[in-house]
Design a protein around this ligand. Sequence first.
Ligand code: FAD
Length: 417
Amino acid sequence: MSSVPRVCNQETERVDAIIVGLGPAGATALRLLGEAGLRVVGLDRANFPRTKACGGGLSSRATSFLPKGWDRIPHTVSTGVHLVYDIQPPVLFDMGIPIAYQFDRRDLDAFLVESAKSTGGEILLGTNVRLLEWKEGKFRLTCDPQRSYESRFLIAADGVTSSVLRFLVNTESDGLKEIARERKRPLWMYPASEMEIQSQTPPRTSDVLIDLSAVPGGYAWSFAKRDGKKNIGVVGFLKPLKRPLETLRSFLDTFPEKDGNRYEPAFGPATWLIPNYSRFKGHGKIPGLFLIGDAGAMVDPFLGEGIYYAMLSASRAVSEILQHTQSPEEASQSYSRWVYRSIFREFSYAQKLASVIYRFPGVYFRLVQKYPQVLSIYASVMTGKRDYRSFSRVIGKNLLKLPFRGVFKKLRPDKLI
Ligand SMILES: Cc1cc2nc3c(=O)[nH]c(=O)nc-3n(C[C@H](O)[C@H](O)[C@H](O)COP(=O)(O)OP(=O)(O)OC[C@H]3O[C@@H](n4cnc5c(N)ncnc54)[C@H](O)[C@@H]3O)c2cc1C
């Protein structure tokens, strides 16, 4: 592939692939394409390190996508899940193995971009897309400072508000016009707020804490970070939060004083959006276009986990490009089939779980009180031991088809792990 002439006219440089956005999705794609020897350009409007509203919790299954040396990025390790409901005593389930790694996105994303750089890809930071068009089977992108690139493959990794999609809506593709209409509807994304807090005393637990009573139709989290810091946040999945910052502040108020020291805000708060996959129909509309990570609505609607899916979708897009170098159409169609049949199907099970658990959090909490092993629902998904499909089957069979009084007797949580 890299045998194509480098320059097609004075201004436009021909490359094997263009990547817009270098968060976990784009940086992973850039690194993998670079390692395969392709000539790639990746650009991001930010300079790194940059902030990103995010809990920074990386499930342990996601670490398989990280480049060598990731364990040297400052982080903490969570081995258990702490479930909170109202004023009831919390329930803890410890897996005894790492289920999540807690990073600061500034460190993680800068590391990913740095690793991609070392594979030889061209990287433009602090650069905005000025113009993007798809004509005669090729993408032509112009960015600051007055540079143009042309390629048959374009990877959109520019997050939930994807400017690539906005530019391409003007192409002839009816499918993309449809997306533009969808995006005007309020339910295509969930607002989520997060902030970092600091306590003078060391954190009592490094577990993932999930509070089911703090957010109607969703949950609040607390992830223990280094040096006594915690990332706390809120998201509503059954209906978008109208005032996420207010919900976040109320959640912060529930944090107890410890030895006379109250948790104080250390960074943030920030509010950003989580895409709703079920509203997203953008894949496979333009030959050679790959929507990965948040730009392709790759966030699970139960936990809101997106970093894993960002890197997973990047890796899949790259393998499709490598497999179908001569046919951008086949490459993006095959990627699109994988998204709908595999990822979005899995998300549909996650959504079923969300609609039961977040609608009846009290019932779920009682179940967990009785059988703390049920908390392995979080843990075994995060370690990759289980998927949402198998869980929603077990939970669905036992929880939905039975009257609630019978649930505790008939459910066999020992079978879940
Ligand atoms: C409050 C909150 C908490 C979350 N917590 C977690 C969590 O704990 N764990 C988890 O797994 N997921 C979490 N998520 C989801 C996760 O943050 C995203 O799924 C993940 O960041 C997606 O990665 P990405 O690379 O697709 O996009 P992003 O990380 O959003 O990166 C997109 C990149 O594109 C760049 N860009 C945007 N527009 C342009 C443009 N026009 N030109 C050039 N560059 C552009 C941006 O600067 C950015 O660097 C959370 C989300 C929110 C909102």
